[in-house]
Design a protein around this ligand. Structure first.
Ligand code: NAD
Length: 281
């Protein structure tokens, strides 16, 4: 039977570590502040923003909520970002995605000061990751590295295969595995014979966005399998990109959905907020 990688427990550990560090900073008179901007009232976004606020409260980070109406213009949003960029008392700025269609997401994300970009989406931070310089790293892939390390999975020298090449998961994931000295292959929708490639993986990360697509046919015996996907099945139950029932008996360790990668994203956001203080100094 595969070892279950417990993302809930590891995320709780990281949040507790952040809480201790924030308490230490408070004792030195330093307050950590995150500004969270939501435009419109998309219900899923409202849930995500609420979870981020709750995590801030737990860790001791001050959160400033900007709940803007759906009709907010791009220039109004850019003005707010410019104001927050200039505020010394704001360490992190997060714009909840997706933004309404009339606002250019890329323009907005690029407008955030890279030193306050706690989501790690700014081109400057992506570039820093690429060449191994300090900067913010996208939270989900950063969380996966923590899951592996804290579960005792060695990355150096391992065959690592990432399925998916999105800017927020697949690409930064590949760069982080490379930084940890893995031998990394990135696969995508145009990959020929996907199973032949994924079956070479000692560590397989599925960020494909297709429910239960990764069955036992894609997995080498003894592999470590990380499932990034989040979907609701026909019974409204959560499932991932990996067909857990068929893959679990074959692999050495696996993340469940829910309770695997999901909780790590907010924990790493908290970690990025704490790190922002040092980065800004
Ligand atoms: P995306 O749709 O932007 O990217 C999917 C990638 O999969 C693309 O690069 C595409 O080339 C590749 N792909 C699609 N079909 C394929 C196929 N048949 N074979 C091989 N590759 C294929 O998705 P994303 O934003 O990277 O997210 C991936 C999944 O992770 C989604 O289910 C998303 O909901 C989930 N997600 C979870 C978290 C979390 O916190 N756990 C965070 C972000 C995303």
């Amino acid at each position: 039977m595969a070892k279950l990688i417990d993302g809930k427990a590891i995320a709780a550990q990281i949040k507790d570590e952040c809480r201790d560090r924030v308490a230490g900073m408070k004792a030195e008179g330093i307050e950590v502040t995150l500004a969270v901007i939501q435009v419109g009232s998309d219900p899923a976004s409202t849930v995500y923003v609420g979870n981020k606020k709750k995590a801030c409260e737990y860790v001791g980070i001050r959160s400033l909520a900007y709940e803007l109406p759906g009709e907010t213009t791009e220039s109004e949003l850019l003005e707010l970002i410019a104001e927050l960029n200039g505020r010394k008392d704001v360490n992190g700025i997060l714009v909840q995605l997706p933004l309404p269609g009339h606002i250019d997401e890329e323009k907005v994300l690029d407008a955030i000061d890279a030193r306050k970009d706690v989501d790690g989406f700014h081109p400057q931070n992506v570039g820093a990751l690429c060449i191994g310089k300090p900067g913010f790293v996208s939270c989900t892939p950063a969380g996966i590295i923590q899951l592996l390390k804290r579960s005792g999975v060695e990355i150096a020298g391992k065959e690592c295969v990432v399925i998916g090449r999105s800017n927020i998961v697949g690409k930064p994931m590949a760069l982080l595995l490379l930084r940890e000295n893995g031998t990394v292959t990135v696969t995508h929708s145009r990959t020929k014979d996907l199973q032949e490639v994924t079956k070479r993986a000692d560590i397989l990360v599925a960020a494909v966005g297709k429910p239960k697509m990764i069955t036992a046919d894609y997995v080498k015996e003894g592999a470590v399998v990380i499932d990034v996907g989040i979907h609701r099945n026909e019974n409204n139950k959560l499932c991932g990109d990996v067909d857990f029932e068929s893959v679990e008996p074959l692999c050495s360790a696996i993340t469940p959905v829910p309770g695997g990668v999901g909780p790590m994203t907010i924990a790493m956001l908290m970690n990025n907020c704490v790190e922002s203080v040092a980065l800004q100094q």
